[in-house]
Every structure is written in C-alpha cells, then in structure tokens.
Design a protein around this ligand. Structure first.
Ligand code: GLU
Length: 472
C-alpha cells in the first residue's frame, strides 16, 4: 500500500507556524516513504472562512518547497459524497436525524453546566423519531449515535495507547441543518476515500479521534494510523500565543527570515534526528525524518534558535541570491539606481551580524544617507581638534588617488603604508566616524570598498570627510 498522507487545513486565516509544521511532517513522511502527499482544503464551515486563506496556504507551501502531489481538493465540492454516507449511517442506525430546537439544546447545556458535567445530547430524537414528513425539510441535523457503553481506543504513533469510555463522548453533529458536514465527519469520509494511511496532525485533535474511530467502525472501514504532533509552547511552557511567536509564516518571511531557516527551525519543533546535526536542508530532512523520532512532550518555540538558524543561512547564501531576499530592506524606497555590486558589498559587510535581513535597514543607513553625529565622536582617545583635522586631511589625500571599484586589499595596503609604525586608531577612527557617524560599525576599508562601487563614491566619501573637518 502506498503511504498516503494529507495536509488538511481549514481556510480560516493565514497559515501559522504550527500549520506549516504539520504540512512539513506530512511532506517529509510522504517523500521518505515514496508516498503521496495530498492537499485538502477543509472548507465546510463557511462562516469561518477567510478570503485569501487558500491562496496563502498554497503560496506558503510553495515558498518552502512542500509540493503536494494531489489537490487542492475542496471539501465544499464534495457535499453529495458526505450526504450519501450520512444516509448510510442513518439507515443502519449509527446516526440519526435530530430536530431539537436551539432552545432545547441550550437548555440541556445549561443543565449540564449547573450539574458541572460535560454536555452530552440526550438522544431524545433517537428515542422519539419525528414522523417523516416526506417533504425533505432540512430543519434537522444528523447526529452520530455514539454507543453508551464500551471503550474506544487507538495506538497513536507518537502518544501511544489512548482510550476513552464511550459514555464520555457526545452524539456530535455530523451534518448541519444547512447541509454542510462538520469537520469530524467530512474528515473521516475523505481520509477513507482518499486512502490515507497515516493521519499526521496537531495534538489538539486527539480528543476528536475516538469519535472518528467509531465512524470508521460504523462503516466497517480500516482505521488509519494516527500520529499526533506535540503542542507548541513558549519558553514559559505556555501555549503559544500571538505574542510568543504564533504568527503567520508570512510575517516571518516578511521580517527577513529565510525559508531554509524557518524550515530547519520548524523541523525541530517536536522532532530531532537524535544526533548532533542541526543544519538540515529539505533533502537531508527527508532522509533523516522518522515518525518514531517525534516527541510527545511539548515543543518549545525559541525565537533565539530561529535567529541562530537564520544567521547561519544568511552567512551561507551566495550574495547574489541573498540580495533578492534583502532588496526590500535597504533604507531607500527604490534600490534600482544603486548597482548590484554596491548592495552586495553592503550585505557582505553586514551578513555576519544579522539575525534577520530586515536589520540591514537600520544597520546600513549611512550608506544611503549622510550621517548626523556629534563632533566629539571624531576623537580617538585624547586626540586634539588639530590632530583630528590633520588625520582627516591625510585620509582625504589618500582617498583622492583611489580609482573606481578599488578593492579592500588595495585600500588597506595604501593606508598601512601611510600609517607605518604609527597608531592605527589615530588615522582610522576619525575616518570611520566621518563615513558612518557611528560609535560602532564595520571597519573603514570595507566601507570604502563599498562606496567605490558607486560612480559618485569618491565624491560622497570626500564630501563626508570635508564635512567632518568643517565640524572641528
Ligand atoms: N481541518 C483541520 C485543521 O484545520 C484538519 C485536522 C486534521 O488534520 O484532521 O486543522
């Protein structure tokens, strides 16, 4: 049998980190086992549907290379199938029509609450079936007829044996009065018809699984294997919230996290290879992935770890590729007037210091705009004004002879010849400040090298040095 899995999101919003993790683990399992990966959109709750959600799901999966083999299949286009199966259950007594009013249900819920017990529908309509009107009126729902006795159990591939007493399960609605099936029903029908062998999804679906198993049994179908993935928590072991990182994947991409980094990070949310290796490409993940290595303890979402992965991949990426991702973060509305070599040089200078690409904006501002700073900053140790002035004049003279696109090596050589046995700081500190206006920045040689990728680089640099001289 072909290992077949599905990612089955409901289009109720942008795809979040947890959803991407589910998609990734399903994808890895399918590829590892030469299986099939289906994308199924569970869109039967029209009231919760969000416009653009399906597009976002598809786009996000593509961004990360999680290509599906079949789909997207939309549940909303399969209503007939669900109705046929619901009728079959009704005919065999495993489901029944219920015409109870909302008021009656609300009343039952109120009673349950007062008696501090979980609400369970009292099977009133099973015991008192309404006479068939023959009109096909839709003012009823179809409920699952959960046995009152017995135990339902299953062997979860991650969590082990899970069992519940049927007496704790409610006769949940399978088909609503508007004709749409609920998740618990459509999900089972589709997993069976699509020949899903392994259901891999978040642990929040463990409580619903016994009801699903009862449905499989009612139909006489084989139950798939279940692997529930551990809860995502923050560092305080609280359920992940918006503030602690539960954001849309898109937001991370927009902040300048590279897809490889996000993917590598997410792979470790509940899984690890049981080796020392931390850096994994998608292909390496496929090779190493194994459901047996998925942990059941909650997975901690640690932003510092994500930053660590991201800084690794930023350093690794060829500059021309990095530039494609970083382009939007330079502190100018339009980078097109700047040559690529200039922008790449900036990335080369900064990439070792970046946790995310968006930081390039604040770090590299001085490349695009003349800096504002206090003249005191120009002084290295206890240099006097005269000494600073003299130092800047020397730099000016040296730089005046530089040609367009001069290399850092040559720049360095020329400066070091000038410095000889003297103190480096005396010459280089005022120059660096004149260029950047910053107390801490990359060194002046690499900055000069970047500026000399610009046609007007020399002019810009000399102007800044002159401005520094004039400040004193
Ligand atoms: N539609 C469910 C969700 O959005 C899928 C759960 C499952 O995989 O069974 O999470």
């Amino acid at each position: 049998m072909v290992a077949t899995v599905r990612f089955a999101p409901s289009p109720t919003g942008l795809l979040h980190i947890g959803g991407l993790r589910t998609a990734l683990f399903n994808f890895l399992f399918a590829r590892k086992n030469n299986g099939k990966f289906i994308l199924r959109i569970e869109d039967t709750d029209k009231s919760r549907e969000v416009r653009g959600a399906v597009e976002n799901i598809k786009e996000t999966l593509r961004t990360f290379g999680l290509n599906w083999d079949v789909g997207p299949i939309f549940q909303s286009e399969r209503l007939k199938t669900y109705h046929e199966h619901a009728s079959r259950l009704v005919a065999q007594g495993d489901a029944y029509k219920c015409g109870c009013s909302e008021e009656r249900i609300a009343d039952l819920k109120k009673h349950a609450q007062a008696e501090k017990r979980p609400f369970r529908y009292d099977k009133h309509c099973l015991k008192n079936p309404a006479p068939s009107t023959g009109s096909g009126s839709n003012h009823f729902v179809i409920r699952q007829n959960v046995p009152e006795e017995g135990i339902t159990s299953f062997e979860d591939l991650v969590y082990g044996k899970i069992q519940v007493a049927n007496s704790t399960l409610d006769d949940g609605i399978l088909v609503k009065s508007d004709g749409y099936p609920v998740y618990n029903f459509a999900n089972v029908i589709d997993d069976h018809l699509m020949e899903i062998t392994h259901v891999i999804r978040g642990e929040e679906f463990i409580p619903s699984t016994p009801k699903h198993i009862l449905l499989y049994k009612s139909f006489g179908w084989q139950v798939p294997q279940f692997a529930h993935l551990p809860l995502l928590v923050d560092k305080k072991r609280q359920k992940l919230s918006k503030r602690s990182g539960d954001a849309a994947v898109k937001e991370y991409v927009e902040k300048g996290y590279l897809p490889e980094a996000i993917l590598n990070f997410i792979a470790f949310l509940g899984w690890n290879p049981k080796t020392e290796q931390e850096i994994f490409s998608l292909d390496e993940l496929i090779k190493a992935f194994d459901l047996e290595k998925v942990n059941k303890s909650a997975a901690v979402f640690d932003l510092e770890k994500l930053n660590w992965f991201n800084s690794h991949y930023i350093k690794e990426k060829p500059l021309s590729e990095l530039l494609k991702y970083a382009q939007r973060y330079f502190p100018v509305t339009d980078t097109s007037p700047y040559p690529e070599e200039f922008l790449e040089k900036i990335l080369e200078i900064e990439k070792g210091r970046l946790n995310k690409l968006s930081e390039v904006g604040e770090r590299a501002g001085y490349f695009f705009q003349e800096p504002e700073y206090n003249k005191d900053l120009l002084s290295w140790k206890d240099m006097t004004g005269e000494e600073i002035k003299k130092s800047l004049e020397v730099s000016k003279k040296i730089i005046f002879n530089f040609q367009f696109s001069i290399s850092k090596k040559e720049i360095e050589k020329t400066f070091f010849q000038e410095i000889g046995e003297g103190d480096k700081g005396t010459l280089l500190w005022p120059l660096r400040v004149a260029l950047t206006g910053l107390r801490a920045s990359p060194g002046p040689f690499e900055i000069l090298e970047a500026f000399f990728c610009l046609q007007n680089g020399k002019e810009t640099v000399l102007k800044r040095i002159q401005k520094a001289i004039d400040k004193i």
